[in-house]
Design a binder for this molecule. Structure first.
Ligand code: BLA
Length: 507
């Protein structure tokens, strides 16, 4: 894997970003030997940050003066459970209050990160109001809109986006607030490759990342390797960690000077990011970052609740559909009316754009669907694939090139059997997800295919997203598949009763 800072666009997926070996210089980092509490490594700016003479190596924290050591002594000598730990303290000769963040690296040494403390602010009201706003949001859309606004109010960044990942890790700017003169990114989509897997795993653990100034000069760790282990310091949990140069180039190309990015976790998974951009350097103190982390946690919880509510609604809709099919059978001797008298009933539970029913050699369609010939051919192709109930793909043409011409209406299909006859089925369609976006001229360079990070830009990303997703639909979620299965089972039951009834009547 490429070492930190050596990745190119073709191998950046594996860049070892947690082994950055350097920090952003708005703070200072020290590592302490777990056995004797002496300083083993220091960021090159640490002595000047503390207005002391270099090197600090070999000193103990108490030698730095102030109350830093007395405050953390207990933690270092008797490891407590409240790690990572943050405190407000004095240290060094500067005389200004500092925030110290302490955590234990996987290799055993203690890591102390220092930053200048802000004024003491009471965030209780902001938190109360924020939590209230989040918990009273009734839809995902509404929640994400108010969350973006809330983060912009709180943090003062020029642009705040709620960036949402789909099933395959591609991203969409799902909500946005920005200074009015800035170009809108709302609705733009970017390929999964813009945020490597390694970074995503890291963001699940370290939920808030601040990049104070893209033009910073990194302060290297000295010595770079730990004298205790001979290893690079794992900086996964360091808030001062240098960001990947590729990502920094990306931001520079879009004219962004500083970012704050907070993970949105839903059910233990990285659901999305709240991404804040500023067009001048910007720094937020620890307490404010902690408030952002807390609110993001609450937002994640609310998203989970709204998603499970939406799934419950879909299940309810299927149950209603089942009832209406039974009523239809009793009323008109046919159950199909219930499926087709409104697009709502059949399409909504799966968020499909069209659907078709193949039953007793006949076909009925609703919404946007291919022609009858094409559906027949599709039905023959699907039949052997429905053995375990449901089949779904968001890239039909990739699996069966003969269906490429259907991409406009059926880039994605989901299907389920509805009887013991293999050729009797319900098929749902989703159209291609490409949307057209008009980009402004500057500061976005036109897309190119070169391997040079200076070419990176959201516009190139978008072009790439286009290539990646051409001929595909939005992915079918587990909830979509569950709904298809449920509808398939309901219809199967109804069809069985219907056939039994017909036999009865025929007698
Ligand atoms: C990280 N890339 C990121 C992050 C975002 C993006 C949001 C997370 C940054 C963080 O949490 O601090 C992508 N940012 C975007 C996009 C927009 C945006 C799409 O504002 C659109 C508006 N990046 C690439 C390519 C590579 C790459 C092609 O575009 C590699 C080949 C790498 N992106 C990359 C790396 C990181 C990253 C290595 C990790 C940065 C770090 O945490 O050190």
């Amino acid at each position: 894997s490429p070492a930190f800072g050596t990745a190119t666009l073709s191998n950046c997926e594996r860049e070892q970003i947690h082994l950055a070996g350097s920090i952003q210089p708005h703070g200072a980092l020290l590592t302490l030997c777990a056995a004797d509490g002496r300083i083993m490594q220091e960021s090159a700016n640490a002595a000047s940050f503390l207005k002391m003479s270099a090197p600090l190596k070999g000193l103990r924290l108490r030698d730095l003066g102030g109350d830093l050591w007395t405050q953390i002594e207990g933690l270092v000598t008797q490891p407590a459970s409240s790690i990572p730990f943050a405190l407000r303290c004095f240290a060094g000769a500067g005389g200004a209050p500092l925030n110290a963040l302490l955590h234990k690296a996987p290799s055993g040494e203690w890591v102390v990160e220092l930053e200048r403390a802000g004024p003491i602010v009471d965030y209780t009201k902001a938190i109360d109001r924020g939590v209230d706003t989040i918990l009273t949001s009734a839809s995902l859309r509404g929640l994400c809109d108010v969350s973006a606004a809330m983060f912009r109010d709180l943090t003062g960044y020029d642009r705040v986006m709620v960036y949402r990942f789909d099933e395959e890790g591609h991203g969409e700017v799902f909500a946005e607030t920005r200074r009015p003169e800035l170009e809108a990114f709302l609705g733009n989509r970017y390929p999964a490759s813009d945020i490597p897997q390694i970074a995503r795993r890291l963001y699940e653990r370290n939920r808030v990342r601040l990049l104070a100034d893209v033009d910073y000069t990194p302060a290297p760790l000295e010595p770079r390797l730990s004298p205790a282990t001979g290893e690079e310091l794992d900086m996964s949990l360091c808030f001062l960690r240098s960001a990947s140069p590729i990502h920094i180039q990306y931001l520079k190309n879009m004219g962004v000077a500083a970012t704050l990015v907070v993970s949105l976790m839903v059910a233990g998974k990285l659901w999305g990011l709240i991404s804040c951009h500023h067009y001048a350097p910007r720094l937020l103190p620890f307490e404010m970052r902690a408030v952002c982390e807390l609110l993001a946690e609450v937002i994640g919880t609310r998203i989970a609740a709204l998603e499970s509510f939406a799934q419950g609604q879909a299940e309810l809709a299927v149950r209603r559909l089942e009832q209406r099919m039974i009523q239809s059978v009793c009323r008109d001797g046919d159950w199909r009316g219930a499926l087709f008298d409104s697009a709502h009933a059949l399409l909504l539970p799966l968020n499909a754009t069209g659907a078709a029913l193949l039953f007793e050699g006949k076909m009925r369609m609703i919404g946007e669907a291919p022609g009858t010939e094409q559906i027949s051919e599709l039905g023959r192709w699907l039949a052997p694939r429905l053995a375990d109930g449901v089949f779904a793909t968001s890239a039909l043409a990739a699996e069966a090139p003969q269906f490429a011409p259907l991409a406009g209406v059926a880039s994605g299909v989901a299907a389920t059997r509805i009887s013991s006859e293999p050729d009797e089925m319900l098929i749902w369609f989703r159209k291609e997800r490409i949307r057209t976006v008009t980009w402004g001229g500057n500061p976005f360079k036109p897309p190119s295919d070169s391997d040079d990070p200076s070419e990176l830009s959201p516009r190139r990303s978008f072009a790439q997203w286009h290539q990646v997703v051409e001929g595909t639909s939005d992915a079918w979620s587990p909830a979509d598949r569950a709904a298809a299965r449920l509808i398939g089972e309901s219809v199967t039951d109804v069809v069985m009763q219907f056939r039994a009834l017909r036999i009865l009547i025929a007698k």
